[in-house]
Design a protein around this ligand. Structure first.
Ligand code: ZN
Length: 177
């Protein structure tokens, strides 16, 4: 299938301090999954790959809905589309470096849960979920944070926040609120 016939397209990323990144995203309601939403999900996957990201949340493309896509596979061929994801269980702690397509040019070590269980709905309406650890658990937490208006830089400790504050100020200069 060509891009034209599927309707997939590269989406424009919302960048800090864009206000859409601070909104609490709305649930995807039953019956709301139509062709338009499917195209949005496919376009998000396409955009994630194009930008070499491991995850993307709908608010990052200007859509305030509880929809995320991710792919933690090395081969970049196992995209997961998750509607209304909820982290229902967590364990352990781990610190690792993160970046975000919506906060370009900044990387920082973030403390997160090491393991979790997440439940969500597929694009075809099935309720499902999985357990994750390591990178996948980190991606899920990072992307679910986006649905609640939280960015990874919010999760930094005082020293980390201090370290990124200049770079954030630069983004604020050029960005839209
Ligand atoms: Zn992000």
């Amino acid at each position: 299938m060509t891009d034209d016939s599927s309707g997939d397209r590269l989406l424009q990323l919302s960048v800090y301090p864009d206000g859409v990144l601070r909104k609490i995203a709305l649930p995807v309601e039953e019956g709301q999954v139509d062709e338009e939403l499917e195209t949005l999900a496919r376009s998000m996957v396409k955009t994630m790959y194009e930008e070499s990201g491991v995850g993307l949340a709908a608010p990052q493309v200007g859509v305030s809905l509880r929809l995320i896509v991710l792919d933690s596979s090395r081969e970049r061929d196992r995209p997961v589309v998750m509607l209304n994801p909820v982290i229902v269980d967590t364990a352990g702690r781990a610190v690792d470096e993160e970046g975000c397509l919506s906060v370009p040019g900044i990387r920082a070590k973030v403390r997160r849960h090491d393991r979790l269980t997440v439940e969500y709905e597929t694009i075809t309406g099935e309720k499902t979920g999985f357990e994750a650890d390591g990178l996948l658990a980190r991606i899920v937490q990072h992307e679910v944070d986006h649905l609640d208006g939280t960015l990874f830089v919010d999760r930094l400790g005082p020293a980390g926040k201090f370290a990124v504050r200049k770079a954030l100020r630069e983004l604020e200069k050029y960005g839209k609120e």
